[in-house]
Design a binder for this molecule. Structure first.
Ligand SMILES: [Zn+2]
Length: 253
């Protein structure tokens, strides 16, 4: 039987609450990903990872509805980007959680492919402690779970959005959507960030939020031309294993 809630009938959904006590909710963004990756990159990666996590768990996870648009005001200088405000995104996630809770689910894990959703997800998690005390709400990023794998990839001094790791993941899960001819290096050195006045990228100290066009002229941090499908598979494998391990422990707790 399908693990995707959207492919079930309502009767199957009712049965899935007992058989699949954890709902995985993929969340992403609709934002620029440089010259070679599609706008839906974060949602696509989140959905593929959710599918692989559900497969790895072999039973207890149901894949809920995706949140395909995220918090991306910092990318609005680039064409095609669509954003929600933090309050709208938080409301959408909260109302997904409330709906799933009303049908009986008590464990929800949001898998976000977009780092910009993190702050809003934390506020939702805090609010749900009060409004839904019997609901366990967790969320996880993707790439940050595999920092050790990235460290072994030979990435640029500055790397991140649409860079080596993200492009590699796309080469692993959706290679037909990567325009390899157009992949172009973005900002790769801290000195370049300093020249752009993007002091927020230095670690530690006060945090200044800046628009992405202040960080990189083409919207890329790092050099996506270095990405390989093999590195992408290693990244996705590590991410999937870590999320699946978390869910397994969560179900035993
Ligand atoms: Zn992304």
């Amino acid at each position: 039987m399908t693990r995707r809630l959207g492919e079930m009938t309502t009767a199957q959904a009712a049965a899935a609450v007992a058989a699949g006590p954890v709902v995985l909710v993929p969340a992403g963004a609709f934002e620029q990903h440089g010259p070679g990756l599609p706008l839906a990159t974060d949602t696509i990666r989140a959905e593929r990872v959710a599918e692989r996590v559900a497969d790895a768990l072999a039973g207890p996870a149901v894949i809920g509805p995706s949140v395909p648009v995220g918090v991306s005001p910092h990318h609005m200088a680039f064409a095609g980007t669509v954003t929600l405000t933090t309050t709208t995104f938080a409301a959408v996630v909260r109302e997904y959680a409330d709906s799933l809770h009303r049908h009986g689910w008590r464990k929800i894990l949001v898998i976000t492919g977009h780092g910009g959703n993190g702050a809003a997800l934390t506020t939702v998690a805090q609010d749900l402690l009060t409004t839904h005390p019997d609901l366990q709400f967790a969320w996880t990023p993707l790439t940050a779970l595999a920092a050790d794998v990235i460290a072994g990839m030979g990435v640029a001094q500055v790397h991140g959005h649409s860079g080596e790791a993200e492009t590699a993941q796309m080469l692993a899960v959706a290679p037909h959507l990567v325009d390899r001819e157009r992949l172009t290096a973005g900002t790769t050195r801290l000195a370049e960030l300093d020249a752009l006045g993007a002091v927020s990228r230095r670690s530690g100290g006060p945090k200044l939020t800046v628009r992405y066009d202040r960080l990189s002229a083409n919207g890329v941090l790092g050099d996506p031309r270095r990405a390989t499908p093999e590195d992408g598979e290693a990244l996705v494998d590590a991410i999937v294993a870590r999320i699946a391990d978390f869910v397994t422990e969560w179900l035993e707790a």
